[in-house]
Design a protein around this ligand. Structure first.
Ligand SMILES: C[S@@+](CC[C@H](N)C(=O)[O-])C[C@H]1O[C@@H](n2cnc3c(N)ncnc32)[C@H](O)[C@@H]1O
Length: 195
């Protein structure tokens, strides 16, 4: 996660950002993407929230070092500590596949979003994993990984069903990321909240 950047991992979202915007990054982890987003919207403020205090501390240290306009706090996606309509954009990277109630999370993101604000969500597509060369231990490792994610309350195979009357999916794009041994399709969703 420490190698993630806004340029690479939020590329589907950043073209829509403007200086002065106020953004929220949900499940921000160590804040590497968040601080990149903060640079793009400066002097606008960017807030990152995460359930894990250790991740939030890491993100706060990073923001201090970079004198960033990003700030971080411990909070859960289902109860965001912000008033209604507070943000111009709300973002989540590699979070939704871990959630038991993704639509509830999306509703909460919408609550803190201004009318016609933008939501950007990026998550791996578990049906799109290609591993080469495959072997039995690797296959078992991937199976267990999915099983653990589901046992922890995540829903990696079904969370994409966002077809709801209160949201319009504005653009979705599939991107391929690769490493030496595996490739995975990442989905990037841009969603405009209806008033
Ligand atoms: C895979 S990490 C992604 C971190 C960061 N977005 C990135 O891509 O570098 C998922 C993060 O979501 C956080 N998380 C999981 N469930 C959450 C929830 N219900 N509310 C807020 N954060 C949550 C985890 O603590 C973890 O830091």
């Amino acid at each position: 996660m420490l190698e993630r950047t806004a340029a690479k991992h939020a590329a589907f979202f950043t073209p829509f950002l403007e200086r002065g915007m106020r953004l929220l990054d949900c499940g921000c982890g160590p804040g590497t993407i968040t601080t990149g987003l903060a640079k793009l919207v400066s002097p606008g403020q960017v807030f990152g929230i995460d359930l894990e205090p250790g991740q939030v501390r890491r993100a706060q240290d990073r923001a201090r070092q970079k004198q960033s306009n990003a700030s971080f706090e411990v909070a859960g996606i289902y109860a965001l500590p912000f008033p209604d309509g507070h943000f111009d954009g709300v973002f989540a990277h590699a979070l939704f596949e871990h959630l038991r109630e993704p639509v509830r999370a999306l509703r909460e993101m919408k609550r803190v979003l201004r009318s016609s604000g933008l939501v950007g969500i990026r998550s791996p597509d578990w049906a799109g994993w290609v591993v080469h060369p495959m072997n039995a231990p690797l296959e078992e490792a991937f199976r267990l990984f999915k099983e653990i994610q589901i046992a922890n309350g995540g829903n990696p195979l079904r969370w994409e069903s966002f077809e709801r009357p209160d949201f319009a999916i504005y653009r979705s794009r599939l991107r391929m990321r690769s490493s030496t041994i595996w490739r995975v399709l990442w989905n990037g969703w841009l969603i405009v909240s209806r008033a």
